[in-house]
Structure formats: structure tokens, C-alpha cells
Design a protein around this ligand. Sequence first.
Ligand code: HSE
Length: 308
Amino acid sequence: MSICVRSPASIANLGPGFDIMSLALEEPYDEVYMEVSRSGGDDYIRFTGDYQRYLPSDYRATTLYPVIEEFRRITGLDFRVRAIVRKGIKPASGLGSSGTDAAAVAYALNKLLNTDLDPRFLIRIAALGETAAAGVPHMDNVAASLLGGLIIINPVTGDFVKVEVPNNYWFVVVLAGSKASTGEMRRLLPSAIDMRDFKNNLAYASILVYSLITNNREMLSKALMGDSIVEPIRIKYYPHYGIVKETLLKAGAIGVALSGAGPSLFGVFDSEPPRDHINELLRKNGLRDYVLIITKPTNTGTKEVSCN
Ligand code: HSE
């Protein structure tokens, strides 16, 4: 029994929505070929593509492994997995690379083992994969990669909704710099916050969703750049933040924020972004070694594709 699935990258947080919001992107994406059998021996997991070198060689250290183990636990079946992951998403870049693979594997095993688990359950299982990458499970990236669209999720209860995103936005992602790890970038954050900041972020997260679907440019801009809790702490570790933000705003972005825990930043545009102009400005401002991705949101999450 085998299957091939494609799972999209995602942008978590979107400014004020730390751990509760994430948006799936048309590109980049990862593709996973997966086979299950009853033969003995170890699982076999291999990464291919340009980013293969960033991934652990021990399959037990990958984000796929906790997901596979959880399926063994809940089904009581002793199966073996053979998986090949074609990485299109750069690991540790802020595009939910680890969550994408965990989502792909959860989707694939759900099909191959005929477990028929509902999305809420699959999100919880896929989030276990994030433990391998971040030390603690977080559900935002995996939920968007699994289901597509803009996901708003309550990480305390697992309740979530999917908001279909209109087709008139472009997202520019600038992959630059590096981060210690998502786990490190989470450990920097306070365990308690001021009520004022709570109200600010709650208001802007709500405004963000409403203004995104009603095309309220002014409010979308304020909301995307309105986080007063998480981003102000993390950006101290990203020297490229100011240059990229200023460049994207100058090039016409409605708003700019860190993508997930960084180091990438994204800008939201309501007309086709001027690629050459953005590259020219980034270089003029001294940014080297970056990758510019121009993409769109997608309302399609993980899906089956033909294997070639
Ligand atoms: N919400 C998570 C964080 C996303 O900001 O730590 C990590 O990709």
C-alpha cells in the first residue's frame, strides 16, 4: 500500500496571532511518498531535494517519527513505514517546514491505514511531530498545512475554524538570516503578559481576520504590524528585520511581520509584487544571501497527488 501527498508551507502567527493563526501558501510545498507494510525491521525515512542536508540523518529525530509512533499506538498495529520526503521548504526558515511533513505523514497514514480520523484528531497527532522540532507541540502550522486556508485554532482546547482566504492577495516571503531553533525562539517568550498587551493582541488578531476577508487595507496594515508581545522580543535576534520590513513596505506591502518564529519575514500585497524592484531595494540596503518567494495563499491543504 502506498500513497503520495503534497502538503503546503504555512505562515504562523501573522503578526498578533501567536500560536492561534496560520495561513497555508500555494508555494513552497513538500511531497511525501509513503508505503506501509507488515514486514519486520526498522522504518526507512529519506529526505531528498536541495534542503536534505538540513535534516537529521537519524529518522527517530525527525518530525515524522512521533506521528508514525502515535499511529502505531492508536491502531495497535505493528507496521513498517518507508517514506521519501521531497523537501521544497527550507527547514528552520519560518515556513512551518517541520509541521508540513508531520501533516503530510498524518494525512498519508490516515489514508493507508483506513483510520478515518477527523481533522481535529489529525491536527493533534501531527502536532506531536512539532515536538521533535520545537520541544513542545504547537498546532498552528500543522493545522494550516493539513487543511489549507487561514486557520484560527485554540491551542488550549483544540477548537478551530478554517477561514477561506480571497484570491486577491500575494505574499512575499524573504528567507534570510538564521535562528537558533523554534524551541529557543519560544523559550525567549514570557510565561505571563500584561492585560494591556493581551487586549491589544486580541483586538488586532480579530481585526486581522475581518479586514483580510473584507479587504480593509488600513486595518489589515495595523493588525499585521500590531503584535506588542512576541515579535518585539524575537526581532532583537534578527539583524535583517529592519531592512526587510522597510523594503517590503516601500515596495507596496500592506503590512510586514515575522513568519512564524522567523527568521523569514513576509509582506502582504494586494497587487502583484514588483520582484525586480524588491530585489534591487534589498541589495541596495545591503542584504545578501536571501531567497525571495512570491506566492499566494491557498485554501487547499494536504492532498493526494500522483507519484512520479
Ligand atoms: N507559533 C509558533 C511560534 C510558530 O511562533 O513559535 C512556529 O513556526
